[in-house]
Design a binder for this molecule. Sequence first.
Ligand code: GLP
Length: 235
Amino acid sequence: MKVIETKNYDQLSRIAAQMIGGQILLKPDSVLGLATGSSPIGTYKHLITQYEEGVLNFSAVRTVNLDEYCGLTQNSEHGYRYFMNHTLFNHVNIDLKNTFVPMGNAEDPEQECLRYEKLVADLGGIDLQILGIGHNGHIGFNEPSESFPSETHIVDLAQSTIDANSRLFDDPNDVPRKAITMGIGTIIKAKKILLIAGSDKREIVEKAIYGKITPEVPASVLQLHRDVTIIISAE
Ligand code: GLP
């Protein structure tokens, strides 16, 4: 596991974008596992800059997002499809048909989980998975629990996650209570993993990297992966 400490959030974002850019240059049809939340916004901004400067070409890139809230439509401005379109996809030359986010409003959510897990496998697996981390150590929406959930599944969000994410909703009661998320098994199968964390996540990142491997700290499972880079900013 490599740990890169940066001076600040902008440096973190630049370095993360360089790593993702390198992946795309070396393998133009890479399958990128993408994350939402505040942490990767700067990284996506720098990827857009690299595209605008003619360094990166996204035309063959495929993407699979980690998770989505249950019950939200594809157009919901609180949903992760909307987030990805507006934060990255609409600003680069990616083919939207090659971008995948779990369908939070699927009629049969259990079936959607199976479909999504197969979709990731059919793409040939994930070349580089980008992760943020929750204050409770969650990755994707894999909340602390008694075991590591393997495949894409439905989760009941932890109250702390609902509280943390309520900042993005007008009414905290509108925050969905459930989500579809790739499982720990889906994530850990990625060939490379890049976790980015702001200074507010230092404590949980240290616990995940140096502490016991336990499903109570879902990100601790990353200690078992052989190609993980963690970028954490000092301020
Ligand atoms: C959400 C997402 C996670 C993300 C986490 C941290 O719960 N499902 O994938 O890593 O929030 O978000 P932030 O980067 O906004 O702190």
